[in-house]
Design a protein around this ligand. Structure first.
Ligand SMILES: [Zn+2]
Length: 202
C-alpha cells in the first residue's frame, strides 16, 4: 500500500525530477499546494502549460524568446553592437551577463557544451550557426564565455578552430570565474571583471 494518495504522490514525484529539489522539498511543495488557495495552483498550472507552448528560440542567437517572434529582444535592439558576439552555453548565462549590465553586444547560445561522455558533439550545439554569423562578415569579436569546466574549455577550443579561417578577434573570459562554477551562479562583479579582463585565445 502506498503511503500517500496517488495524486499527491504523483506531484511529489514530478517535483523530485527538478534540479536542486530533493524528496523533502518535493513533499513540502506538494503539501503546500494541497492546502493553498486554488488560485496558487491554477496559476502554477497555467504557467507550466504556457511555458513550452508560448516560447521558442531566436533564429539569430538561439536565446529564448516568444514563440511568434523570429528574434529575441536583444537581437531586435538596434542600439546593441552588432560587431561583438558573446558565446554562452545556456540562456541562463545570457540572463547573468545582462544582469551585470555592461555588455553592449549580442549573444550566441550554444545550448550546451561538448561532452564525449554524454554523447554531445558539435552537431548537437549551435556552432555551425555561429560560424555562419561570423562568415557574414560584420562580426569583429567573438567572446567565448562557455563555463570554466572541461566541457566548456573543450567547446571554446573547438570554436576557436572553427573560426580560424575568418578575420575575427577571438577572446575568452578572464579566469576570474571559479573553476567549475557556472556563469549563471556567478556574481555580477565577477562577471564584469571577467568580461573586462578577457584575453585573446592562444
Ligand atoms: Zn537573439
Amino acid at each position: 500500500m502506498p503511503l500517500l494518495p496517488e495524486p499527491l504522490q504523483r506531484l511529489i514525484t514530478a517535483f523530485e525530477r527538478l534540479p536542486g529539489i530533493g524528496p523533502k522539498t518535493a513533499s513540502r511543495l506538494a503539501f503546500f499546494l494541497l492546502k493553498a488557495p486554488n488560485t496558487v495552483s491554477s496559476e502554477l498550472a497555467e504557467a507550466l502549460k504556457g511555458l513550452q507552448l508560448a516560447t521558442g528560440v531566436c533564429q539569430t542567437c538561439f536565446n529564448i524568446t516568444l514563440v511568434d517572434r523570429t528574434q529575441c529582444d536583444i537581437c531586435a535592439d538596434a542600439q546593441r553592437d552588432t560587431g561583438i558576439i558573446c558565446v554562452v552555453e545556456d540562456p541562463m548565462d545570457v540572463l547573468a551577463i545582462e544582469r551585470a549590465g555592461a555588455f553592449p553586444g549580442r549573444y550566441h547560445v550554444l545550448h550546451g557544451a561538448l561532452s564525449p561522455i554524454e554523447g554531445i558533439g558539435p552537431e548537437d550545439l549551435r556552432i555551425h550557426e555561429l560560424e555562419l554569423r561570423v562568415k557574414g562578415g560584420l562580426i569583429k569579436e567573438v567572446i567565448i564565455a562557455t563555463n570554466p569546466s572541461m566541457e566548456g574549455d573543450a567547446t571554446a577550443l573547438f570554436i576557436k578552430k572553427q573560426l580560424a579561417p575568418y578575420t575575427v578577434r577571438i577572446t575568452r573570459l578572464a579566469r576570474g570565474l571559479p573553476v567549475g562554477g557556472d556563469l549563471e551562479y556567478t556574481d555580477q562583479t565577477t562577471i564584469l571583471r571577467a568580461l573586462a579582463g578577457r584575453q585573446e585565445m592562444e
